[in-house]
Design a protein around this ligand. Structure first.
Ligand code: SF4
Length: 429
């Protein structure tokens, strides 16, 4: 019954009418209730990647620069100094290929973070890897620290090797299979993130079966987003084919006994059961979307430069926003950086973009204003609304799930009874 009322509410919801195009917004953490806490700390141990996927947006993946333990310590101490530490924090080691760092770095970094943050919060570590370097030593380290592993793999060899290749042009699928075999041999559960393209849509069942065969329990379906130096997504003009792909994944994953959960569909189910919470900010509601809530998500580069909002923004060329670098953990705190004109420009644009979503989109109460980085690269403006990204990653899966729930409420019962876990939070290619 509750499902039906939520669906009716969703359909009745009227868009907000106020326009805020010319307003200037000041950021003061004291204006938010409850207080802002950082949920995701993304640490980029190195920009270097040992392979060279053709859809990669990272501008410095040839650089072998590394993060120091002093930077790890500063990043954590700044969280404490700004009282951004809540009861739980996820540290995501991402950008470039984290496993090109020596294993000893992670032993030491985990110890530093435990020392600085351990008395105040539960820290969970997560690594997104291309899996080509996973061996028994890495598996022992993952188990030692309870590190959650996400493997970037695009499905069967033909799909994967078309894009995920070495610098000399060789496919990496075989090496990824070996890495996943090591994880299974050590009893390490892992999720997978695939970048889907129109070629994936043509073989949805083979794509889905591959992940079941590999023992993957959760699958995120990203796509080749237009970001940074990667200017054209292969999904442009292919949205009907993507809709059919989503429908097929929904059919497969909701069939009784399927061991594979699809992140976007599970997230839709979760949100239909429980729309995103809101903060109070300056007398209005503000969505708890980590990409639009300042410092809920912080990204720190190998050299200590940091940013907030969408993690992909850090270091992307921008004269207006200073490459989205808000400061450096060695010299200033996170909230100190929010007093700069650069931050104010960025915050104002993100507020306007979020308000545009609120005004124009019926999904706003479930999405909370989407991803600023995609607004910037697709629409040329952070202060804008809908994108191909939000249609692909959110609206289409959400609508497919909602449509199915209208026919069959039992899937909703599974969510409310806790049979589905929280969807994993990170995304990357
Ligand atoms: S990002 Fe897209 S789905 Fe989300 S609120 Fe804005 S227009 Fe709606």
């Amino acid at each position: 019954m509750e499902t039906a009322s939520r669906i009716r509410w969703f359909r009745r919801r009227a868009p907000a009418s106020r326009s805020s195009a010319a307003a200037v917004y000041r950021f003061d953490p004291a204006d938010f209730s409850p207080a802002i806490r950082t949920r995701l700390l993304i640490l980029q141990p190195t920009p270097f990647c040992n392979i060279d996927c053709d859809y990669c947006y990272l501008p410095e993946r040839d650089s072998t620069a590394c993060m120091s333990l002093a930077t790890v310590r500063c990043a954590a101490e700044r969280l404490r100094a700004d009282e951004l530490v809540g009861p739980e924090l996820t540290v995501v080691w991402h950008a470039g290929e984290p496993l090109t760092m020596p294993p000893a770095f992670f032993d030491d970094a985990v110890a530093v973070l435990r020392e600085v943050l351990g008395p105040w919060c539960d820290v969970t570590h997560s690594i997104q890897t291309n899996a080509t370097l996973i061996d028994d030593e890495w598996c022992e380290l993952f188990k030692r620290h309870g590190i959650r592993i996400g493997v970037s793999v695009d499905g069967p060899a033909g799909l994967h090797d078309a894009h995920r290749r070495t610098r000399t042009g060789r496919g990496t699928h075989e090496r990824v299979l070996r890495g996943m075999a090591r994880l299974r041999a050590h009893g390490i559960e892992f999720h997978a993130i695939a970048v889907v393209t129109p070629a994936s849509f043509a073989q949805a069942d083979a794509f889905y079966d591959f992940f079941i065969e590999q023992g993957v329990s959760e699958l995120g379906c990203n796509y080749d987003e237009a970001e940074g130096g990667y200017e054209h997504s292969s999904l442009a003009g292919q949205e009907p084919a993507h809709a059919a792909f989503v429908a097929r994944l929904l059919e497969r994953s909701s069939a009784g006994g399927s061991p594979l959960r699809v992140r976007e569909l599970a997230l839709a189910l979760h949100l239909i059961a429980q729309p995103i919470p809101t903060y109070r900010w300056q007398g209005q509601d503000w969505p708890e979307n980590a990409q639009t809530l300042p410092f809920a998500l912080i990204t720190v580069a190998h050299n200590g430069d940091f940013s907030s909002f969408s993690p992909e923004l850090l270091g992307q060329p921008s004269a207006e926003f200073g490459n989205f670098i808000l400061g450096n953990v060695a010299t200033e705190g996170y909230f100190d950086s929010a007093r700069s004109e650069r931050f104010e420009r960025l915050w104002c644009a993100i507020v306007r973009g979020t308000r545009e979503c609120e005004r124009s989109c019926a999904h706003y109460g479930f999405c909370g204003g989407g991803a600023p980085v995609n607004k910037l690269y697709e629409n040329g403006d952070l202060a804008s609304g809908e994108t191909l990204y939000c249609r692909t990653m959110f609206k289409r899966p959400f609508d497919a799930v909602l449509k199915r729930l209208e026919r069959d409420h039992t899937a909703f019962e599974a969510v409310s009874s806790g049979a589905l876990r929280e969807p994993f939070e990170q995304e990357c290619q």
